[in-house]
Design a protein around this ligand. Sequence first.
Ligand SMILES: NC(=O)C1=CN([C@@H]2O[C@H](COP(=O)(O)OP(=O)(O)OC[C@H]3O[C@@H](n4cnc5c(N)ncnc54)[C@H](O)[C@@H]3O)[C@@H](O)[C@H]2O)C=CC1
Ligand SMILES: CC(=O)C(=O)O
Ligand SMILES: [Mg+2]
Length: 579
Amino acid sequence: MAPIPEPFPPAVPQSSPSLPPKVPDTSYPIEVRKKLGIYGLTPPNVENHALQSQRCLKQLASKTTPIEKYIYLSNLRNTNTHLFYRLVLENFTTIAPLIYTPVVGEACLKWSEIYQRPEGLYVSYKDRGSIIDVLRNWPQPNVEITVVTDGSRILGLGDLGINGMGIPVGKLALYTGCAGIRPESTLPLTLDLGTNNELLLKDPLYMGAKMRKVSEKEEIEFLDELMVALNTVWPGIVVQFEDFKNPFPALEKYQHKYTCFNDDIQGTGAVILGGIINALKSTDIPIKDHRAVFMGAGSAGVGVAKQIVEYFIKEGLTEDEARRCFWFVDTKGLITNDRGDKLAQHKIYFSRDDNKGQQFKTLPEIVEHVKPTILMGLSTMRGIFDKSILQKMAKLNERPIVFPLSNPSSNAECTFEEAMKHTDGKAIFASGSPFPPYLHDGQVMQPSQGNNMYVFPGIGLGAILCKAVHITQEMIYTSAVALSTAINTNEINAGRLYPELDRIREVSVIVAREVIREAQQQGLDREKSIRNLSDSELDAFIRSRMYDPRKDTGLHQTEPSNTRSTSSKIRVPGSPSKL
Ligand SMILES: NC(=O)C1=CN([C@@H]2O[C@H](COP(=O)(O)OP(=O)(O)OC[C@H]3O[C@@H](n4cnc5c(N)ncnc54)[C@H](O)[C@@H]3O)[C@@H](O)[C@H]2O)C=CC1
Ligand SMILES: CC(=O)C(=O)O
Ligand SMILES: [Mg+2]
């Protein structure tokens, strides 16, 4: 008989330090169970993965509400990580909305009610001066990537304080699901810097500090310490900033100093540019004649428009011509130079000077004035693209481009059904959260989902694998172009703007490859050994570094590693395991 292997527990309990190290798994052979000392702790049968998944799907189906499904999946992730990720990979389209938008929105709203375990690391304002000590309490030694939020703008749901933890948890689950970053290399991180949400401040169950949000200056001083501490404990860690109410100062300050990016500004910008490149191909309008109305002038809106400006410039427009293709709307109406209020810094670039003293307050007025070809929603305003606006878009355009991108679904500017109904099926559509297909004129119309999940996993994976010094604007732009090329003919013929979600791992390989190439071009790659690989060799390298829960059953020992370790830590799939 072959020697009994040294098994590794199936789920590295990345967010549950208290879990016993030996998790009974019904797929473990009898000898392994005996060796682990868990024989008898599971029912006797040795099951294959298909059977395990079948049971999970049955249990999932038995939960009647989305939040119950979320809690079920969260428990599974924490008790049998490999099984959870197998389920995610094999049923991505069904499961992504349950662990990410829209259901993660509900989970964040109820976080302090549904709380069962930490899920990630919480660092509080009172920890300043000793943030590093809190980070050192994290039980996983080889963290390569973190998603960090202060909870101040969670999706379109506003300031949720530490209840925002669902977002880092959900985004990092997608890093593993979509890009194969090992679960134990990820750190969900939530900063408790206070909250201005009155309901939470009064809620006895709220688990964050009952204090108002600290000032911008105090926040940035806190972040300064955090960034140093993160890079001391895990040198070169990739940091993704997520759902900060005002994310601009941190991005400006850290992007040339650390390996970091802001997903809402840059990831969203890239994913929407990728979709717009494909959408523009479906209209016969020359780029210079496009007019885009952006409902919502926050981090996402401005991030998206800036990426598109860059594309328009590369397509031959001057910067001024490109910038003038955009009209931004905020709570006060069309953003103009002479509106009479002091514009936030990030709004100035796109403010209009050609309104001849006229101020336009409402969307119908603005649509009438601009006659847009493109309508973008990043406003959090459910239903603001109403019947009359959509009808107007259809009247103005053969193929109106309508992107209601606010999350979760309950905040979408319009639904897919509304867009199809009121434009008579003409709209070129992408939404931030998923919508079901719609039967229009006997034809099943497929919505596209313009969500940053198409790029952030590949950006992070690329940055980790080439050990990027920084994540530059060029790398972000490249990820958008890479995404636009990842779509195949069948998907284009089906009217999609993005690849089907069940191909997300392939997409992440393409995005990661191009991000690595750009880093190499800019001399920002520290991993020189992959410089001379051809594209196909690089793709093979990337794939070989992706955690695959279908092959990795936990019954192997991961190699020890230290800093920037994905490459050394991940077992090459197909290589002999210790089993
Ligand atoms: N599809 C995707 O991948 C992404 C979607 N988003 C979504 O975009 C939305 C906005 O996110 P951020 O820009 O980061 O938030 P933000 O808070 O920075 O900006 C929101 C903007 O909407 C405007 N706004 C709010 N109410 C309005 C009203 N009644 N009329 C006109 N404008 C109004 C505000 O003035 C502000 O300019 C959120 O719902 C978020 O979930 C954000 C990132 C990625
Ligand atoms: C998707 C995302 O990042 C957001 O809605 O904020
Ligand atoms: Mg976000």
